[in-house]
Design a protein around this ligand. Structure first.
Ligand SMILES: NC(=O)c1ccc[n+]([C@@H]2O[C@H](COP(=O)([O-])OP(=O)(O)OC[C@H]3O[C@@H](n4cnc5c(N)ncnc54)[C@H](O)[C@@H]3O)[C@@H](O)[C@H]2O)c1
Length: 209
């Protein structure tokens, strides 16, 4: 299962696994926090018939199943986990971008923290083997030691986005400790490549050129 499958990284990860012959189930709420046009185009790139997309309704193309669904839809999420026996969950859904988190803090906490907790509960209830989730280099915040290392201090985030990612790491640790859930957090730095987000530096520089 991949959350945030219409996003930049999620769509590429889905493409990779589909090319390996894996079955992929993806969800995304297709919000407008980052460019929604690109999200629909990425789903088309994955071969989905986007005209058929409706809330909580399955759209399928060969090995790929997609649901337009919000992480905070607990009923929908529980149904999804009960319908599919996921062995691995790759969690990439989030309200992304540091600047918007300063003007819409509650929306970031709802999606990034409460939404992640719903996902962790589903993973626990349905015995998912492994959860891999996106954290961020922003958790290093005020840390001045460079180059950053995993065991550097990451307890002074400088934005609501960074605080939400740090909260995700703490939640993952808690679920691993309490319930033995296998979790791996990845602190992405500035990821770039095909289908990048239009608010990212690589896209903006290319566009300016
Ligand atoms: N791109 C980077 O350089 C970078 C750097 C650090 C961390 N990250 C993290 O990696 C992950 C993927 O980043 P990206 O660049 O692909 O971002 P993106 O904005 O392109 O993709 C995130 C996707 O999640 C979806 N989403 C958001 N809230 C949701 C919710 N409540 N329910 C369902 N779907 C929801 C969005 O619609 C979007 O399609 C994110 O967690 C992000 O914070 C990315």
């Amino acid at each position: 299962m991949i959350t945030g499958i219409a996003g930049f990284i999620g769509s590429r990860v889905a493409k990779h696994f589909l090319e390996q012959g894996e079955e992929v189930v993806g969800i995304d709420n297709l919000n407008a926090i980052t460019d929604p046009t690109l999200k629909w185009q990425r789903l088309q790139m994955l071969g989905l018939d986007v005209e058929d997309i409706q809330d909580n309704h399955l759209v399928q193309k060969e090995q790929l199943r997609f649901y337009k669904m919000d992480l905070n839809d607990e009923e929908g999420m529980n149904q999804l986990f009960s319908d599919h026996a996921f062995n691995t969950v790759i969690h990439l859904a989030a309200n992304t971008g540091v600047r918007n988190s300063l003007t819409q803090p509650q929306s970031y906490l709802q999606a990034n923290v409460l939404g992640f907790e719903v996902l962790l509960r589903c993973c626990r209830a349905f015995s998912v083997n492994r959860v891999i989730f996106a954290s961020s280099s922003s958790v290093y915040g005020m840390n001045e030691h460079t180059p950053f290392q995993e065991d550097d201090d990451a307890s002074h985030p400088l934005s609501v986005y960074a605080a939400s990612k740090k909260a995700d790491e703490l939640l993952a640790h808690t679920y691993a400790h309490l319930y033995g859930l296998s979790t791996i957090g990845l602190r992405f730095f500035t990821v770039y490549g095909p289908w990048t987000r239009s608010d990212m530096a690589a896209y903006l520089f290319m566009d300016a050129c």
